[in-house]
Design a protein around this ligand. Structure first.
Ligand code: B12
Ligand code: SF4
Length: 495
Protein backbone atom coordinates (compact mmCIF):
# COMPACT_ATOMS: atom_id res chain seq x y z
CA UNK A 1 0.00 0.00 0.00
CA UNK A 2 1.03 3.58 -0.47
CA UNK A 3 1.18 5.54 2.79
CA UNK A 4 1.68 9.26 3.29
CA UNK A 5 2.72 10.48 6.76
CA UNK A 6 2.49 14.18 7.59
CA UNK A 7 3.68 16.32 10.50
CA UNK A 8 2.03 19.68 10.97
CA UNK A 9 3.54 22.98 9.77
CA UNK A 10 2.72 24.96 12.94
CA UNK A 11 5.75 26.41 14.68
CA UNK A 12 6.04 28.66 17.70
CA UNK A 13 8.03 31.67 18.83
CA UNK A 14 11.20 29.88 19.95
CA UNK A 15 11.48 27.81 16.76
CA UNK A 16 11.65 30.45 14.02
CA UNK A 17 11.57 28.43 10.80
CA UNK A 18 14.19 30.73 9.26
CA UNK A 19 16.73 29.16 11.65
CA UNK A 20 15.16 25.97 13.03
CA UNK A 21 13.34 23.30 11.06
CA UNK A 22 13.37 19.96 12.89
CA UNK A 23 12.26 16.61 11.56
CA UNK A 24 9.49 14.80 13.39
CA UNK A 25 11.04 11.63 14.82
CA UNK A 26 7.74 9.81 15.17
CA UNK A 27 7.08 9.61 11.44
CA UNK A 28 10.42 8.13 10.39
CA UNK A 29 10.10 5.66 13.26
CA UNK A 30 6.66 4.62 11.98
CA UNK A 31 8.06 4.40 8.43
CA UNK A 32 10.83 2.08 9.64
CA UNK A 33 8.34 -0.23 11.28
CA UNK A 34 5.79 -1.06 8.62
CA UNK A 35 6.01 -4.30 6.64
CA UNK A 36 8.45 -4.04 3.71
CA UNK A 37 5.88 -4.23 0.90
CA UNK A 38 4.43 -0.80 1.80
CA UNK A 39 5.73 2.37 0.18
CA UNK A 40 5.85 5.12 2.81
CA UNK A 41 6.46 8.83 2.20
CA UNK A 42 7.16 11.15 5.15
CA UNK A 43 6.56 14.89 4.75
CA UNK A 44 7.42 17.31 7.54
CA UNK A 45 5.25 20.28 6.61
CA UNK A 46 7.46 22.67 8.58
CA UNK A 47 9.60 22.47 5.42
CA UNK A 48 6.74 23.87 3.34
CA UNK A 49 5.19 26.13 5.93
CA UNK A 50 3.99 28.76 3.48
CA UNK A 51 2.84 26.28 0.77
CA UNK A 52 0.93 23.74 2.81
CA UNK A 53 -2.11 23.44 0.55
CA UNK A 54 -0.04 23.09 -2.64
CA UNK A 55 2.41 20.68 -1.06
CA UNK A 56 -0.25 18.36 0.37
CA UNK A 57 -2.18 18.46 -2.91
CA UNK A 58 0.96 17.61 -4.90
CA UNK A 59 1.99 14.79 -2.54
CA UNK A 60 -1.47 13.21 -2.56
CA UNK A 61 -1.46 13.26 -6.39
CA UNK A 62 2.11 11.90 -6.69
CA UNK A 63 1.99 9.27 -3.98
CA UNK A 64 -1.61 8.23 -4.46
CA UNK A 65 -1.92 7.02 -0.85
CA UNK A 66 -4.41 4.49 0.46
CA UNK A 67 -3.55 5.60 4.00
CA UNK A 68 -2.67 9.09 5.24
CA UNK A 69 -1.34 9.53 8.78
CA UNK A 70 -1.02 12.79 10.70
CA UNK A 71 1.13 13.49 13.79
CA UNK A 72 -0.47 16.22 15.88
CA UNK A 73 0.29 18.35 18.95
CA UNK A 74 -2.55 20.18 20.67
CA UNK A 75 -1.77 23.62 19.24
CA UNK A 76 -1.76 22.06 15.77
CA UNK A 77 -5.30 20.63 16.01
CA UNK A 78 -6.96 23.33 13.92
CA UNK A 79 -4.38 22.99 11.13
CA UNK A 80 -4.79 19.20 11.27
CA UNK A 81 -8.55 19.58 10.85
CA UNK A 82 -8.01 21.65 7.70
CA UNK A 83 -5.48 19.18 6.28
CA UNK A 84 -7.87 16.30 6.95
CA UNK A 85 -10.60 18.16 5.03
CA UNK A 86 -8.21 18.80 2.15
CA UNK A 87 -7.02 15.19 1.95
CA UNK A 88 -10.60 13.93 2.11
CA UNK A 89 -11.63 16.25 -0.71
CA UNK A 90 -8.69 15.07 -2.84
CA UNK A 91 -9.16 11.32 -2.11
CA UNK A 92 -12.58 10.60 -0.60
CA UNK A 93 -11.86 6.89 -0.04
CA UNK A 94 -8.50 7.28 1.71
CA UNK A 95 -8.10 5.93 5.26
CA UNK A 96 -7.09 8.72 7.62
CA UNK A 97 -5.12 7.85 10.77
CA UNK A 98 -4.17 10.34 13.49
CA UNK A 99 -1.56 9.90 16.23
CA UNK A 100 0.75 11.75 18.59
CA UNK A 101 0.12 13.73 21.77
CA UNK A 102 -3.13 15.45 20.94
CA UNK A 103 -5.09 12.49 19.52
CA UNK A 104 -3.78 10.28 22.34
CA UNK A 105 -4.76 12.67 25.12
CA UNK A 106 -7.93 14.17 23.63
CA UNK A 107 -9.39 11.38 21.45
CA UNK A 108 -12.94 12.72 21.78
CA UNK A 109 -12.05 15.78 19.71
CA UNK A 110 -11.11 13.56 16.78
CA UNK A 111 -14.29 11.56 16.81
CA UNK A 112 -16.07 14.65 15.52
CA UNK A 113 -13.66 14.83 12.56
CA UNK A 114 -13.55 12.87 9.34
CA UNK A 115 -10.97 10.42 10.71
CA UNK A 116 -11.04 6.61 10.44
CA UNK A 117 -8.44 5.49 12.98
CA UNK A 118 -6.73 6.95 16.01
CA UNK A 119 -3.50 5.46 17.40
CA UNK A 120 -3.03 6.14 21.09
CA UNK A 121 0.45 6.55 22.64
CA UNK A 122 3.41 4.65 21.07
CA UNK A 123 2.62 3.95 17.45
CA UNK A 124 5.09 1.61 15.76
CA UNK A 125 3.52 -1.76 16.50
CA UNK A 126 -0.07 -0.51 16.46
CA UNK A 127 0.40 1.15 13.06
CA UNK A 128 2.15 -1.93 11.64
CA UNK A 129 -0.77 -4.11 12.73
CA UNK A 130 -3.29 -1.59 11.44
CA UNK A 131 -1.76 -1.58 7.94
CA UNK A 132 -1.84 -5.38 7.95
CA UNK A 133 -5.51 -5.35 8.91
CA UNK A 134 -6.41 -2.79 6.22
CA UNK A 135 -4.42 -4.64 3.54
CA UNK A 136 -5.93 -8.00 4.37
CA UNK A 137 -9.43 -6.63 4.92
CA UNK A 138 -9.45 -7.85 8.53
CA UNK A 139 -11.19 -6.26 11.48
CA UNK A 140 -9.31 -3.92 13.79
CA UNK A 141 -10.84 -5.19 17.02
CA UNK A 142 -7.72 -7.03 18.25
CA UNK A 143 -5.23 -4.20 17.78
CA UNK A 144 -4.27 -2.76 21.17
CA UNK A 145 -3.81 1.00 21.39
CA UNK A 146 -6.21 1.62 18.48
CA UNK A 147 -9.53 3.50 18.38
CA UNK A 148 -11.64 3.29 15.23
CA UNK A 149 -14.88 4.34 13.68
CA UNK A 150 -17.48 1.61 13.38
CA UNK A 151 -20.56 2.95 11.64
CA UNK A 152 -21.76 5.89 13.67
CA UNK A 153 -19.83 5.16 16.85
CA UNK A 154 -16.21 4.77 17.95
CA UNK A 155 -14.60 1.68 19.42
CA UNK A 156 -11.66 2.04 21.80
CA UNK A 157 -9.55 -1.12 22.00
CA UNK A 158 -7.57 -1.78 25.21
CA UNK A 159 -4.38 0.25 25.75
CA UNK A 160 -1.06 -1.06 24.49
CA UNK A 161 1.50 -1.14 27.33
CA UNK A 162 4.67 0.95 26.80
CA UNK A 163 7.22 -0.97 24.78
CA UNK A 164 10.31 -2.31 26.57
CA UNK A 165 12.61 -1.22 23.68
CA UNK A 166 15.27 -3.72 24.82
CA UNK A 167 14.37 -6.29 22.16
CA UNK A 168 14.53 -5.43 18.46
CA UNK A 169 10.78 -5.37 17.80
CA UNK A 170 10.90 -1.62 17.19
CA UNK A 171 13.17 -1.34 14.19
CA UNK A 172 15.30 1.75 13.42
CA UNK A 173 13.78 4.77 11.67
CA UNK A 174 13.61 4.97 7.90
CA UNK A 175 15.01 8.36 6.84
CA UNK A 176 14.88 7.44 3.16
CA UNK A 177 11.10 7.83 3.39
CA UNK A 178 11.41 11.64 3.67
CA UNK A 179 10.25 13.46 0.58
CA UNK A 180 10.92 17.10 1.56
CA UNK A 181 14.29 18.74 2.19
CA UNK A 182 15.64 21.64 4.26
CA UNK A 183 16.08 20.56 7.91
CA UNK A 184 18.26 22.99 9.81
CA UNK A 185 19.42 24.14 13.21
CA UNK A 186 21.18 27.48 12.78
CA UNK A 187 22.50 26.57 9.35
CA UNK A 188 23.56 22.97 10.01
CA UNK A 189 21.42 20.07 8.90
CA UNK A 190 19.74 18.59 11.98
CA UNK A 191 18.22 15.21 12.74
CA UNK A 192 16.56 13.63 15.76
CA UNK A 193 17.64 10.44 17.50
CA UNK A 194 16.09 8.62 20.47
CA UNK A 195 18.10 6.71 23.06
CA UNK A 196 15.28 6.12 25.58
CA UNK A 197 11.59 6.77 26.19
CA UNK A 198 9.68 7.80 29.28
CA UNK A 199 10.25 9.51 32.60
CA UNK A 200 9.52 8.61 36.22
CA UNK A 201 8.91 12.16 37.47
CA UNK A 202 5.45 13.74 37.35
CA UNK A 203 5.82 17.47 36.62
CA UNK A 204 2.32 18.88 36.56
CA UNK A 205 2.67 20.65 33.18
CA UNK A 206 4.10 17.69 31.27
CA UNK A 207 2.01 15.45 29.01
CA UNK A 208 4.31 12.49 29.22
CA UNK A 209 2.75 10.80 32.24
CA UNK A 210 -0.80 10.75 30.86
CA UNK A 211 0.66 9.61 27.55
CA UNK A 212 2.57 6.55 28.76
CA UNK A 213 2.66 6.37 32.59
CA UNK A 214 5.77 6.70 34.75
CA UNK A 215 8.41 4.38 33.29
CA UNK A 216 11.77 4.50 31.56
CA UNK A 217 12.99 2.22 28.78
CA UNK A 218 16.21 2.32 26.83
CA UNK A 219 17.54 1.32 23.43
CA UNK A 220 20.91 -0.49 23.24
CA UNK A 221 23.96 1.63 22.52
CA UNK A 222 24.61 -0.39 19.34
CA UNK A 223 21.28 0.68 18.01
CA UNK A 224 21.71 4.30 19.12
CA UNK A 225 25.15 4.59 17.50
CA UNK A 226 23.86 3.02 14.28
CA UNK A 227 20.99 5.51 14.31
CA UNK A 228 23.39 8.46 14.77
CA UNK A 229 25.54 7.13 11.90
CA UNK A 230 22.46 6.82 9.72
CA UNK A 231 21.43 10.40 10.51
CA UNK A 232 24.98 11.56 9.68
CA UNK A 233 25.00 9.56 6.45
CA UNK A 234 21.77 11.35 5.52
CA UNK A 235 23.57 14.67 5.89
CA UNK A 236 23.01 15.65 9.55
CA UNK A 237 25.70 17.69 11.29
CA UNK A 238 23.67 18.32 14.45
CA UNK A 239 21.85 15.61 16.38
CA UNK A 240 19.01 16.39 18.76
CA UNK A 241 18.54 13.60 21.31
CA UNK A 242 14.79 13.82 21.84
CA UNK A 243 14.55 11.50 24.88
CA UNK A 244 11.91 12.54 27.37
CA UNK A 245 14.53 12.52 30.14
CA UNK A 246 17.96 11.12 29.22
CA UNK A 247 19.37 12.29 32.57
CA UNK A 248 17.20 9.90 34.61
CA UNK A 249 20.07 7.41 34.49
CA UNK A 250 23.23 9.48 34.69
CA UNK A 251 25.60 6.51 34.63
CA UNK A 252 24.02 5.36 31.38
CA UNK A 253 24.24 8.86 29.94
CA UNK A 254 27.95 9.03 30.82
CA UNK A 255 28.51 5.64 29.21
CA UNK A 256 26.66 6.86 26.12
CA UNK A 257 28.97 9.89 25.89
CA UNK A 258 31.95 7.53 26.09
CA UNK A 259 30.45 5.28 23.41
CA UNK A 260 29.94 8.28 21.10
CA UNK A 261 33.59 9.28 21.56
CA UNK A 262 34.92 5.75 20.98
CA UNK A 263 32.73 5.41 17.86
CA UNK A 264 34.25 8.64 16.49
CA UNK A 265 30.85 10.31 16.33
CA UNK A 266 31.89 13.21 18.58
CA UNK A 267 32.59 15.53 15.63
CA UNK A 268 28.86 16.07 15.28
CA UNK A 269 27.12 18.72 17.40
CA UNK A 270 24.66 17.39 19.94
CA UNK A 271 21.65 19.04 21.55
CA UNK A 272 19.95 17.45 24.56
CA UNK A 273 17.34 18.17 27.23
CA UNK A 274 18.45 17.70 30.84
CA UNK A 275 17.37 18.05 34.47
CA UNK A 276 19.26 20.61 36.53
CA UNK A 277 19.63 18.18 39.47
CA UNK A 278 21.38 15.56 37.32
CA UNK A 279 23.87 18.10 35.97
CA UNK A 280 24.46 19.77 39.34
CA UNK A 281 24.89 16.50 41.22
CA UNK A 282 27.07 14.74 38.64
CA UNK A 283 28.56 17.63 36.67
CA UNK A 284 32.12 17.01 37.83
CA UNK A 285 32.33 13.87 35.68
CA UNK A 286 29.30 14.25 33.40
CA UNK A 287 29.88 17.74 31.98
CA UNK A 288 33.45 17.17 30.68
CA UNK A 289 32.33 13.89 29.11
CA UNK A 290 29.39 15.61 27.43
CA UNK A 291 31.70 18.25 26.04
CA UNK A 292 34.12 15.66 24.67
CA UNK A 293 31.22 13.79 23.07
CA UNK A 294 30.24 16.94 21.14
CA UNK A 295 27.35 18.31 23.22
CA UNK A 296 26.93 21.99 22.44
CA UNK A 297 23.47 23.05 23.59
CA UNK A 298 21.75 21.75 26.71
CA UNK A 299 18.10 22.55 27.24
CA UNK A 300 17.80 22.82 31.02
CA UNK A 301 14.35 22.31 32.52
CA UNK A 302 14.81 25.05 35.13
CA UNK A 303 11.05 25.75 35.06
CA UNK A 304 11.20 28.46 37.76
CA UNK A 305 13.70 29.82 40.25
CA UNK A 306 11.17 30.35 43.06
CA UNK A 307 10.29 27.50 45.40
CA UNK A 308 6.55 28.27 45.48
CA UNK A 309 6.30 28.10 41.71
CA UNK A 310 8.36 24.91 41.59
CA UNK A 311 5.95 23.31 44.03
CA UNK A 312 2.98 24.26 41.86
CA UNK A 313 4.76 22.79 38.82
CA UNK A 314 5.71 19.69 40.86
CA UNK A 315 9.25 20.26 39.68
CA UNK A 316 11.09 20.76 42.98
CA UNK A 317 12.64 17.29 43.12
CA UNK A 318 14.24 17.48 39.70
CA UNK A 319 15.71 20.88 40.53
CA UNK A 320 17.25 19.99 43.89
CA UNK A 321 20.94 19.76 44.56
CA UNK A 322 22.13 17.04 46.92
CA UNK A 323 25.32 17.09 48.97
CA UNK A 324 26.36 14.08 51.09
CA UNK A 325 22.90 12.62 50.73
CA UNK A 326 21.09 15.80 51.84
CA UNK A 327 19.02 18.29 49.84
CA UNK A 328 20.95 21.54 49.69
CA UNK A 329 18.75 23.83 47.64
CA UNK A 330 18.09 24.77 44.04
CA UNK A 331 20.44 23.08 41.58
CA UNK A 332 20.13 25.53 38.72
CA UNK A 333 23.11 27.85 39.17
CA UNK A 334 25.47 24.99 39.87
CA UNK A 335 24.24 23.09 36.79
CA UNK A 336 24.70 26.16 34.60
CA UNK A 337 28.16 26.69 36.01
CA UNK A 338 29.24 23.13 35.14
CA UNK A 339 27.92 23.51 31.60
CA UNK A 340 29.55 26.89 31.06
CA UNK A 341 32.88 25.73 32.46
CA UNK A 342 32.80 22.98 29.86
CA UNK A 343 32.01 25.34 26.96
CA UNK A 344 28.39 24.30 26.52
CA UNK A 345 25.49 26.68 26.03
CA UNK A 346 22.39 26.71 28.19
CA UNK A 347 18.96 26.91 26.64
CA UNK A 348 17.02 28.01 29.70
CA UNK A 349 13.54 26.50 29.99
CA UNK A 350 11.50 28.69 32.37
CA UNK A 351 7.75 28.85 32.97
CA UNK A 352 6.27 32.18 34.07
CA UNK A 353 2.64 33.06 34.71
CA UNK A 354 1.80 30.43 37.34
CA UNK A 355 -1.23 31.08 39.58
CA UNK A 356 0.65 32.81 42.41
CA UNK A 357 2.89 34.87 40.13
CA UNK A 358 3.15 38.61 40.66
CA UNK A 359 4.98 41.21 38.59
CA UNK A 360 7.94 40.82 40.96
CA UNK A 361 8.13 37.02 40.79
CA UNK A 362 8.00 37.07 36.98
CA UNK A 363 10.63 39.79 36.87
CA UNK A 364 12.88 37.72 39.18
CA UNK A 365 12.76 34.85 36.67
CA UNK A 366 13.36 37.15 33.70
CA UNK A 367 16.32 38.71 35.48
CA UNK A 368 17.70 35.25 36.18
CA UNK A 369 17.43 34.38 32.49
CA UNK A 370 19.17 37.62 31.49
CA UNK A 371 22.02 36.86 33.82
CA UNK A 372 22.57 33.13 33.41
CA UNK A 373 21.16 31.58 30.27
CA UNK A 374 22.56 31.76 26.76
CA UNK A 375 19.30 31.27 24.91
CA UNK A 376 16.02 31.92 26.72
CA UNK A 377 13.20 29.41 26.21
CA UNK A 378 10.64 31.05 28.45
CA UNK A 379 7.08 29.80 28.25
CA UNK A 380 3.74 30.26 29.93
CA UNK A 381 1.97 27.43 31.68
CA UNK A 382 -0.33 25.91 29.07
CA UNK A 383 -3.26 23.67 30.01
CA UNK A 384 -2.70 20.75 27.64
CA UNK A 385 -5.22 17.89 27.76
CA UNK A 386 -5.07 15.69 30.85
CA UNK A 387 -2.08 17.26 32.58
CA UNK A 388 -2.55 17.74 36.35
CA UNK A 389 -1.85 21.46 35.85
CA UNK A 390 -4.83 21.82 33.55
CA UNK A 391 -7.14 20.67 36.31
CA UNK A 392 -5.53 23.11 38.78
CA UNK A 393 -6.02 26.04 36.41
CA UNK A 394 -9.57 25.03 35.59
CA UNK A 395 -10.51 24.58 39.25
CA UNK A 396 -9.18 28.06 39.98
CA UNK A 397 -11.00 29.61 37.02
CA UNK A 398 -7.76 30.99 35.58
CA UNK A 399 -8.04 29.71 31.97
CA UNK A 400 -8.79 32.75 29.83
CA UNK A 401 -8.44 31.38 26.32
CA UNK A 402 -9.78 28.14 24.84
CA UNK A 403 -8.43 28.72 21.29
CA UNK A 404 -6.17 25.70 21.06
CA UNK A 405 -4.15 27.04 18.11
CA UNK A 406 -2.80 29.62 20.58
CA UNK A 407 -1.63 26.90 23.01
CA UNK A 408 1.90 27.18 21.66
CA UNK A 409 3.65 27.91 24.95
CA UNK A 410 4.50 31.54 24.26
CA UNK A 411 0.94 32.83 24.13
CA UNK A 412 -0.32 33.31 27.70
CA UNK A 413 -3.71 31.60 27.84
CA UNK A 414 -4.03 31.58 31.63
CA UNK A 415 -4.03 34.49 34.07
CA UNK A 416 -2.41 34.55 37.48
CA UNK A 417 -4.23 35.52 40.69
CA UNK A 418 -2.59 38.95 40.35
CA UNK A 419 -2.02 39.65 36.65
CA UNK A 420 -4.03 39.34 33.42
CA UNK A 421 -2.71 36.82 30.88
CA UNK A 422 -1.84 39.53 28.39
CA UNK A 423 0.30 41.37 30.92
CA UNK A 424 2.26 38.21 31.69
CA UNK A 425 2.89 37.67 27.98
CA UNK A 426 3.89 41.29 27.48
CA UNK A 427 6.52 41.08 30.23
CA UNK A 428 8.05 37.92 28.77
CA UNK A 429 7.93 39.12 25.17
CA UNK A 430 9.54 42.48 25.99
CA UNK A 431 12.42 40.94 27.95
CA UNK A 432 13.05 37.92 25.80
CA UNK A 433 13.51 39.64 22.45
CA UNK A 434 16.62 41.38 23.69
CA UNK A 435 18.03 38.36 25.47
CA UNK A 436 18.07 36.45 22.19
CA UNK A 437 20.41 38.96 20.57
CA UNK A 438 23.11 38.21 23.17
CA UNK A 439 23.77 34.78 21.72
CA UNK A 440 24.54 36.07 18.22
CA UNK A 441 28.35 36.42 18.72
CA UNK A 442 28.61 32.74 19.81
CA UNK A 443 26.50 31.65 16.83
CA UNK A 444 28.68 33.77 14.55
CA UNK A 445 31.89 32.12 15.79
CA UNK A 446 30.43 28.66 15.09
CA UNK A 447 28.62 29.38 11.82
CA UNK A 448 29.73 32.73 10.42
CA UNK A 449 28.30 32.08 6.96
CA UNK A 450 24.85 31.31 8.34
CA UNK A 451 24.82 34.42 10.54
CA UNK A 452 26.03 36.67 7.71
CA UNK A 453 23.32 35.29 5.43
CA UNK A 454 20.43 35.12 7.88
CA UNK A 455 21.11 37.59 10.72
CA UNK A 456 18.77 40.14 9.20
CA UNK A 457 15.92 37.66 8.75
CA UNK A 458 16.39 36.33 12.28
CA UNK A 459 16.34 39.83 13.74
CA UNK A 460 13.28 40.65 11.66
CA UNK A 461 11.55 37.60 13.13
CA UNK A 462 12.58 38.34 16.72
CA UNK A 463 11.56 42.01 16.50
CA UNK A 464 8.51 41.66 14.28
CA UNK A 465 5.94 44.30 15.10
CA UNK A 466 8.64 46.99 15.44
CA UNK A 467 8.64 49.96 13.09
CA UNK A 468 10.90 52.92 12.34
CA UNK A 469 8.69 54.98 14.65
CA UNK A 470 9.04 52.50 17.51
CA UNK A 471 12.81 52.27 17.04
CA UNK A 472 12.95 56.07 17.21
CA UNK A 473 10.97 55.96 20.46
CA UNK A 474 7.87 57.58 18.95
CA UNK A 475 5.65 54.58 19.57
CA UNK A 476 5.10 52.68 22.80
CA UNK A 477 6.15 49.07 23.27
CA UNK A 478 2.49 48.20 23.92
CA UNK A 479 1.68 49.24 20.38
CA UNK A 480 4.50 47.09 19.02
CA UNK A 481 3.24 44.18 21.16
CA UNK A 482 -0.25 44.57 19.70
CA UNK A 483 1.19 44.49 16.17
CA UNK A 484 3.31 41.45 17.03
CA UNK A 485 0.20 39.62 18.27
CA UNK A 486 -1.69 40.46 15.12
CA UNK A 487 1.19 39.16 12.97
CA UNK A 488 1.31 36.02 15.07
CA UNK A 489 -2.43 35.45 14.58
CA UNK A 490 -2.03 35.79 10.82
CA UNK A 491 0.97 33.42 10.80
CA UNK A 492 -1.16 30.69 12.35
CA UNK A 493 -3.31 30.45 9.22
CA UNK A 494 -1.26 27.81 7.47
CA UNK A 495 -3.98 26.89 5.02
C1 B12 B 1 11.58 16.53 21.13
C2 B12 B 1 10.42 17.40 21.48
C3 B12 B 1 10.32 18.62 20.84
C4 B12 B 1 11.37 19.09 19.86
C5 B12 B 1 11.21 18.44 18.48
C6 B12 B 1 9.82 18.42 17.92
C7 B12 B 1 9.74 17.63 16.63
N1 B12 B 1 10.01 18.24 15.50
O1 B12 B 1 9.41 16.46 16.65
C8 B12 B 1 11.21 20.62 19.94
C9 B12 B 1 12.20 21.16 20.96
C10 B12 B 1 11.40 21.33 18.62
C11 B12 B 1 9.81 20.74 20.52
C12 B12 B 1 9.12 21.91 20.47
C13 B12 B 1 7.84 22.04 20.94
N2 B12 B 1 7.16 21.16 21.68
CO1 B12 B 1 7.84 19.42 22.05
N3 B12 B 1 8.46 17.78 22.70
C14 B12 B 1 9.45 16.99 22.41
C15 B12 B 1 9.47 15.73 23.29
C16 B12 B 1 10.48 15.91 24.41
C17 B12 B 1 9.79 14.43 22.56
C18 B12 B 1 8.98 14.18 21.29
C19 B12 B 1 9.60 13.08 20.48
O2 B12 B 1 10.21 13.29 19.47
N4 B12 B 1 9.47 11.83 20.94
C20 B12 B 1 9.94 10.66 20.20
C21 B12 B 1 8.86 10.18 19.22
C22 B12 B 1 9.27 8.90 18.51
O3 B12 B 1 7.73 9.89 20.03
P1 B12 B 1 6.33 10.64 19.84
O4 B12 B 1 6.50 11.95 19.24
O5 B12 B 1 5.56 10.50 21.06
O6 B12 B 1 5.65 9.68 18.75
C23 B12 B 1 5.12 8.41 19.07
C24 B12 B 1 3.62 8.42 19.36
O7 B12 B 1 3.17 9.66 19.85
C25 B12 B 1 2.97 8.02 18.09
N5 B12 B 1 2.71 8.98 17.03
C26 B12 B 1 3.12 10.23 16.90
N6 B12 B 1 2.67 10.75 15.75
C27 B12 B 1 1.96 9.80 15.12
C28 B12 B 1 1.28 9.82 13.90
C29 B12 B 1 0.62 8.65 13.49
C30 B12 B 1 -0.08 8.63 12.19
C31 B12 B 1 0.64 7.50 14.31
C32 B12 B 1 -0.02 6.27 13.88
C33 B12 B 1 1.31 7.51 15.54
C34 B12 B 1 1.97 8.65 15.93
O8 B12 B 1 3.91 7.09 17.58
C35 B12 B 1 5.24 7.59 17.80
C36 B12 B 1 6.18 6.43 17.91
O9 B12 B 1 5.87 5.62 19.01
C37 B12 B 1 7.99 15.70 23.80
C38 B12 B 1 7.70 14.88 25.00
C39 B12 B 1 8.16 15.28 26.40
N7 B12 B 1 8.43 14.37 27.25
O10 B12 B 1 8.26 16.39 26.75
C40 B12 B 1 7.61 17.19 23.77
C41 B12 B 1 6.18 17.60 23.43
C42 B12 B 1 5.71 16.71 22.30
N8 B12 B 1 6.29 18.97 22.94
C43 B12 B 1 5.29 19.68 23.30
C44 B12 B 1 5.14 21.04 22.98
C45 B12 B 1 3.93 21.72 23.55
C46 B12 B 1 6.04 21.71 22.19
C47 B12 B 1 5.98 23.18 21.83
C48 B12 B 1 4.63 23.68 21.36
C49 B12 B 1 6.35 24.08 22.99
C50 B12 B 1 7.39 23.50 23.86
N9 B12 B 1 6.96 22.90 24.95
O11 B12 B 1 8.55 23.59 23.58
C51 B12 B 1 7.07 23.29 20.74
C52 B12 B 1 6.45 23.43 19.36
C53 B12 B 1 7.29 22.86 18.27
C54 B12 B 1 7.01 23.47 16.97
N10 B12 B 1 6.44 22.73 16.04
O12 B12 B 1 7.29 24.64 16.77
C55 B12 B 1 4.32 18.91 24.15
C56 B12 B 1 3.04 18.53 23.40
C57 B12 B 1 1.83 18.69 24.29
C58 B12 B 1 0.59 18.49 23.53
N11 B12 B 1 -0.42 18.00 24.22
O13 B12 B 1 0.50 18.77 22.36
C59 B12 B 1 5.17 17.74 24.63
C60 B12 B 1 4.42 16.46 24.91
C61 B12 B 1 5.92 18.21 25.91
C62 B12 B 1 5.01 18.58 27.03
N12 B12 B 1 4.91 19.85 27.31
O14 B12 B 1 4.39 17.79 27.67
N13 B12 B 1 9.41 19.61 21.07
S1 SF4 C 1 11.24 15.60 34.27
FE1 SF4 C 1 10.80 16.34 32.16
S2 SF4 C 1 9.93 14.57 31.05
FE2 SF4 C 1 9.88 14.10 33.25
S3 SF4 C 1 7.80 14.65 33.92
FE3 SF4 C 1 9.16 16.45 34.30
S4 SF4 C 1 9.06 17.71 32.42
FE4 SF4 C 1 8.19 15.67 31.92
Amino acid sequence: MNVLLLSMPDSFEHMPPVAIRMPNGALTSLAGNVDPQHRVAVADLILAQRQVRDTVTRLVREIDPEVVGLSIMTFQRRTATRIIELVRALRPGVKIVVGGYDPSLAPDAYQEMDVDFLVRSEGEVTFRELLRAIEQGLGADRICGLSYRNGDHWVHNPDRPPHGLEDSEIRPPNRDARVLKGYTLLGRQVDVVETSRGCTYDCSFCSIIAMRGRNFHTYSFDRVLADIRDARDHGARTIFLVDDNITLNVRRFEALCEAIIIAGLHKLDYFVQAMTSAIANHGETLAPLMRRAGFRYVFLGIENILEGDLEFLRASAKNTERTNGHDTGNATVKAIDYLHRNQMYVVGGLIVGNPGDTRESIEANLEFARRYVDWPYIQHPTPYPRTPMTKDFRDQGLIMNEQLEEYDGTTAVVRTEHLPAEEVEFMRWKAERWMKTHHMPATFRHDPWFVLSYAWKMAAHTFRGSSIRSVAGLESERKVFERYRAIRRAEREYL
